[in-house]
Design a binder for this molecule. Structure first.
Ligand SMILES: Cc1cc2nc3c(=O)[nH]c(=O)nc-3n(C[C@H](O)[C@H](O)[C@H](O)COP(=O)(O)O)c2cc1C
Length: 299
C-alpha cells in the first residue's frame, strides 16, 4: 500500500518507543512507509528522577506550560495517518507531549489528517486524553482511534512500583516481591494486534468503525474507581498547581504536595470511594455510563 504514516512520540525509559515499534510493525509490513520521530526537549528531564524534581514538574504539567523541543524535521508535508504516542504526567499530558502537540512542525501536518493516539501510563490517563484530544481537534486533526495502555496491577501496588521504576530507572520487580512496573511486556507485544486492525483501515482509507474494533480488543478500558478518583484529583491538582506556580519559593510547597499525594491516595481515596459507593454511585448509573462512554470514544 502506498501510504505515509508519521509516528511521533516522547519517551524517557524507552517504554513508548517499544510500544510504537510493536504497534507500527504490522502497518509497515502491510507496505506503508512509517516515519518514526522521537522528540526530545532541549532541557532533558533527567531519568531516573530525583525525588523532589519528580514532583516539581507538576505545576507546568497541569497548567500546560510547554518546554522548548530540540528541532525535528518531518520528511513529508502531509501524511495519510499520524500516530501520537504520549504519556500522562500528573493527570495531564506530559510536558514534552504537550509541547509536541503545540509545535508548529506537528500542527502543520495535522490539518484534516486522521490521527491515532496511544498513551502508556500507570493507570490515570483520562484527563490527559481529554486534553490531548482537544488540542488535536483545535489544530484540525481528525481523531480516528485511541489506545490507552496501563499498568493493570492494583492502584496502590502500581503507585509503589512506579516510584521504584522512576527513581531507579529499573523496570524490574521491586525487592523481588512486587510485580514489574509499567505496561507489561505482553501488552506491549500485543499492541501489534491493534496495528493489524489499523493497517486494514489505512489500506482502505476508511476510518469509520476503527475505534469500535479497537474497543472490542480491549484497547481502552475505563474502570469506575479510577475514573472517580481521577475526576476528584484533577480539580485538586489544578488548585495546587495554580497556588504553587504563584509562590516565589516553590520547594516547600512541592514537598507539601508530595505528602498530600501519598495521604490522598492511601487514605483519602478509599474513604471517598466508600462514601460514593453508599450515597452516590447507586443513583448515578446513567451519568456514569455517559462519562465512561466519553473516554472510550474518539469524538
Ligand atoms: C512526572 C511523572 C508523572 C506521572 N504521572 C502519571 C499520571 O498522572 N498518571 C499515569 O497513569 N501515569 C503517570 N506517570 C507514568 C507515565 O505516564 C509513564 O507511564 C512513565 O513515565 C513511562 O513513560 P516513558 O515512555 O516516558 O518512559 C507519570 C510519570 C512521570 C515521570
Amino acid at each position: 500500500m502506498d501510504k505515509k504514516v508519521l509516528a511521533i512520540y516522547y519517551t524517557q525509559s524507552g517504554q513508548m518507543g517499544d510500544i510504537i515499534n510493536s504497534f507500527t510493525a504490522p502497518i509497515a509490513r502491510a507496505g506503508a512507509t512509517v516515519e518514526k520521530v522521537q522528540v526530545k526537549p532541549v532541557q532533558e528531564y533527567k531519568f531516573p528522577w530525583k525525588g523532589n524534581h519528580f514532583f516539581s514538574v507538576m505545576p507546568d504539567c497541569v497548567l500546560s506550560v510547554p518546554t522548548a523541543l530540540q528541532p525535528f524535521e518531518l520528511k513529508e508535508k502531509s501524511y495519510d495517518l499520524v500516530i501520537l504516542g504520549y504519556q500522562p504526567w500528573f493527570l495531564s499530558p506530559s510536558i514534552p507531549s504537550n509541547s509536541i502537540v503545540n509545535s508548529p512542525e506537528f500542527k502543520a501536518v495535522l490539518k484534516d489528517t486522521p490521527v491515532i493516539t496511544i498513551s502508556a501510563g500507570r493507570n490515570m490517563w483520562l484527563n490527559a486524553y481529554d486534553r490531548i484530544r482537544k488540542s488535536l481537534k483545535d489544530a484540525g486533526g481528525k481523531l480516528v482511534g485511541n489506545i490507552a495502555l496501563v499498568d493493570k496491577h492494583s492502584n496502590p501496588i502500581s503507585f509503589i512500583t512506579i516510584f521504584y521504576w522512576m527513581l531507579t530507572g529499573k523496570k524490574e520487580r521491586y525487592l523481588n516481591i512486587f510485580p514489574k512496573p509499567g505496561v507489561s511486556d505482553e501488552d506491549i507485544k500485543d499492541t501489534s494486534v491493534f496495528g493489524e486492525i489499523v493497517a486494514r483501515h489505512l489500506a482502505a482509507n476508511e476510518w469509520d468503525g476503527l475505534q469500535q474494533e479497537l474497543l472490542d480488543k480491549k484497547a481502552v478500558v475505563v474502570k469506575y474507581p479510577l475514573m472517580f478518583i481521577e475526576g476528584k484529583a484533577k480539580i485538586i491538582f489544578a488548585a495546587w498547581a495554580k497556588f504553587i506556580a504563584k509562590r516565589k519559593n516553590k520547594a516547600p510547597w512541592i514537598s507539601a504536595f508530595k505528602y498530600y499525594l501519598f495521604v490522598a491516595l492511601f487514605l483519602g481515596a478509599p474513604v471517598l470511594l466508600t462514601l460514593d459507593a453508599i450515597f452516590i454511585k447507586p443513583f448515578s448509573a446513567k451519568r456514569i455510563r455517559a462519562k465512561k462512554q466519553n473516554y472510550l470514544q474518539v469524538i
